[in-house]
Design a protein around this ligand. Structure first.
Ligand code: SF4
Length: 143
């Protein structure tokens, strides 16, 4: 079944229930605190090498990093520290997953979405996307 732009708008409008969205918002904002994230990134702009190496060490011990620690790593510019981070990432990957390669084969039933993630071709603002929902026969064929 192929659909036109008005169908997409109607589909999207029928699914987004504003009262269901707003009940999870605090003071009109969603749960992602943009100001807090931005201010943490700003606050952690000048990481010293010792601090970064402590964070790398924590990662190597498979401990979850907090937002501030992640912000310090994001702000690293020093080439040698970036290399240490890459080596640590590889080491952690091997520790956690070893040499396994995990693959998956998604079965898409349709490409409508009410959301608008900028990186995604399914985002609702992508006017170029050809929208489709598979019929049951098409689903069987895909399987
Ligand atoms: S990533 Fe794509 S499909 Fe997933 S919610 Fe965002 S826009 Fe929709």
């Amino acid at each position: 079944m192929s659909v036109n732009k008005q169908d997409i708008k109607d589909w999207s409008n029928a699914r987004i229930k504003q009262d269901q969205v707003e009940k999870y918002m605090k003071y009109g904002k969603d749960f992602i605190d943009d100001d807090y994230i931005s201010s943490t990134l700003d606050k952690c702009k000048q990481p010293d090498k010792k601090r970064i190496r402590d964070i790398i060490e924590k990662s190597l011990n498979i401990k979850t990093l907090n937002l501030e620690e992640a912000a310090y790593l994001i702000n690293v510019q020093d080439e040698s520290l970036l290399r240490e981070m890459q080596e640590a990432a590889l080491s952690i990957k091997k520790k956690v997953y070893d040499n396994r390669i995990v693959t998956f084969a998604p079965l898409y039933l349709g490409n409508f979405c009410v959301n608008d993630c900028l990186y995604c071709g399914f985002r609702r603002s992508n006017k170029e996307a050809k929208r489709k929902v598979l019929s049951l026969d098409e689903v069987k064929k895909e399987i």
